[in-house]
Design a protein around this ligand. Structure first.
Ligand code: UDP
Ligand code: MG
Length: 239
């Protein structure tokens, strides 16, 4: 039985992959639990897929999925969630901005919570990106009645049984704590480190993220308001 499935979305991150794979191996050797790593190549065109294939060839616990073309981070995560066999899914970015070692500090909280997510309280991005992220989190919290400081932190550990119930749509990776809560999961934020991106480029601009984020937020608010909830009082079916 696999305990942890790492799901790593990759879009044109060839220069980061070998270092990330080494960091993941180091963490997995400390975990002492059966793990698998699922690399999801989201239609990259920089040769990253051939690097990922070497990981899968040299390690039976390492798998990969490769999209025909770029479909977006939510699609890459959704495909990884579908393929995951572990009791928990661990997500992190493939650009080395997250430090996989932080997972060791997050895991103890799984005794009490179904989802443990990172909170980059010392973030290494431009001041503009930090500001726009703070603003986006504030609007998101206000409209979705949440209290999450940093939903954009990709470092997340989620109980697979809740995750598999979530229907992913484009942009929904930014709302995973809310969607998990809607499935009944208990969510905890834990401070984690954050590193500057040293290789490759960010895949998002501020304004495209803001506009699509707002549209997605309205959809999530609608889902929250229209969520079906019932308790069966009696039934003729077998228990
Ligand atoms: N990513 C992806 N598909 C996309 C855009 C991004 O798989 O269409 C991956 C990317 O390779 C990285 C993660 O999602 O691992 C986050 O992207 P990025 O680092 O560019 O976002 P930022 O840190 O700038 O918010
Ligand atoms: Mg990044």
């Amino acid at each position: 039985m696999i305990e942890f499935s790492f799901v790593i979305p990759v879009y044109n991150e060839a220069d980061n992959l070998i270092a990330l794979n080494n960091e993941l191996r180091a963490v997995i050797s400390r975990l002492e639990e059966p793990c698998e790593v699922i690399w999801v190549d989201d239609g990259g065109v920089d040769g990253g897929l051939s690097i990922i294939k070497t990981f899968a060839e040299s390690d039976p616990n390492c798998r990969y999925l490769a999209f025909e073309k770029n479909c977006g981070q939510s699609a890459a995560l959704a495909a990884g969630f579908c393929a995951a066999k572990g009791r928990y899914v661990i997500t992190l970015d493939s650009d080395l901005q997250n430090n996989p070692m932080d997972i060791l500090e997050m895991i103890p909280y799984l005794a009490e919570y179904d989802m443990v997510m990172g909170w980059r309280n010392d973030r290494h991005d431009t001041w503009w990106k930090k500001f726009s992220s703070w603003f986006a989190n504030s609007v998101r919290n206000w409209l979705s009645r949440e209290t999450i400081h940093d939903t954009g932190c990709s470092l997340k550990i989620m109980k697979t049984k809740y995750l598999k119930n979530i229907r992913m749509y484009k942009g929904m990776h930014r709302f995973l704590p809310t969607l998990m809560r809607m499935e009944g999961a208990k969510v905890k934020e834990v401070p984690v480190s954050h590193r500057p991106r040293t290789k490759g480029v960010s895949k998002y601009g501020t304004w495209d993220r803001a506009f699509s984020g707002l549209r997605d937020l309205l959809a999530v608010r609608w889902m929250q308001d229209r969520k079906i909830s019932y308790h069966i009082k009696e039934t003729s079916d077998e228990p």
